[in-house]
Design a binder for this molecule. Structure first.
Ligand code: NAP
Length: 308
């Protein structure tokens, strides 16, 4: 199979990748965006986005993904579906290998491969995934109409999605390992005011049990006290891990969790390779940051190409 070459390849079609695609298309650069699933990335897992500027009433993750894609396509963003499984960044022409054996090459690459939900790693979690254990409240909340579900986590995702779950479930118990939430204060206020949400503090989940589906969670307090909680479902929302299987982590000097460090202009340690969005090593993972970094990365790519 012949290798197809582009000046710029954008890997991933979440908010960072779609914004990079928009900027590359408007700059009339020879580009290609590669996405393995649906365009939108993790925002497709988000019920409602209240803090993306320009939408005073908020917008659903699905609608924002559609609008970002439509905007980039209006300027003729080029994209394809494909699963990049490996890459060689050792020479100025970067090589990408796809699952179907096809190869692509480029002068400059923007990695926007994003992140995915972090598992808890406790007994029963794998066994009951899809049978009561979920990592996406937006996707699975309707299955829990009039039931009792637990949410594990204390960040923005856990607190926001706990509130979303109350549209369906009768009761949502949020279990957090500390006595204070990490989530933004506005989300905390809403959760504390929601009569369907209760909290178990200073506690971790140690096992998920049941027969054909989830029936119970085993819990352990930081004081060592053990208890069990009857639930019909468990939503594990404890942060993200990088989508980095296809990346040469040593070459990109990945951090200990596998995220990719960059400078302020999104340049990685490899010349001509940028990283934007949740795959970047950083503290703040917001849609607005991802979009901003996607734009910055294209400007860095243009500068790199003009110096070749
Ligand atoms: P996060 O901010 O990293 O929070 C993870 C939460 O899970 C923390 O409360 C953490 O506890 C807890 N946790 C981590 N490992 C655990 C374990 N093994 N057992 C029990 N609890 C554990 O992750 P996130 O909430 O998924 O959010 C990811 C990123 O997306 C963040 O940057 C977030 O701000 C962003 N986000 C933003 C919004 C929004 O702005 N509306 C919505 C969703 C997500 P500790 O607090 O004790 O560390």
């Amino acid at each position: 199979m012949a290798t197809t070459h582009h000046k710029l390849i954008i890997l991933g079609g979440g908010p960072a990748g779609l914004t990079a695609g928009l900027y590359a298309a408007r700059a009339r650069m020879d580009h290609l965006l590669i996405e393995k699933g649906a365009e939108g990335g993790q925002i497709l897992l988000t019920d409602w986005i209240d803090n993306y500027p320009g939408f005073p009433d908020g917008i659903s993750g699905f609608d924002l993904a559609e609008k970002m894609t439509a905007q980039a396509k209006r300027f003729e963003m080029k994209s394809m579906f494909g699963n990049v499984v490996s890459m060689d960044l050792s020479s100025p022409i970067k090589l990408l290998e796809l699952e179907d054996g096809a190869t692509l090459s480029c002068d400059t690459l923007i990695i926007c491969s994003g992140a995915h939900p972090r598992p808890l790693g406790i007994p029963g979690e794998k066994e009951f995934t899809g049978k009561g254990v979920s990592y996406c409240a937006t996707c699975d909340a309707p299955f829990y109409r009039n039931q009792h579900v637990a949410v594990v986590g204390g960040g923005n995702t856990a607190v926001q999605e706990a509130a979303h779950l109350t549209k369906f479930a009768d009761k949502v118990t949020l279990i957090h390992r500390r006595d204070e939430l990490r989530a933004d204060k506005i989300l905390q206020e809403r959760a504390f005011a929601n009569p369907k949400v209760d909290f178990i503090w200073n506690t971790i989940a140690t096992a998920i049990e049941g027969k054909d589906g989830v029936e119970r969670l085993q819990l352990q307090g930081t004081d060592g006290n053990k208890s069990s909680l009857k639930v019909d479902g468990v939503f594990i929302l404890i942060g993200v891990l990088p989508n980095n299987k296809m990346l040469p982590l040593d070459v990109l000097n990945a951090d200990e969790e596998g995220f990719i460090p960059t400078d302020l202009e999104t340049r990685t340690v490899v010349k001509g390779v940028m990283a934007a969005g949740d795959i970047r090593s950083k503290e703040v993972r917001q849609v607005i940051n991802a979009a901003g970094e996607g734009a910055t990365a294209v400007l860095a790519a243009e500068q790199y190409l003009s110096n070749l």
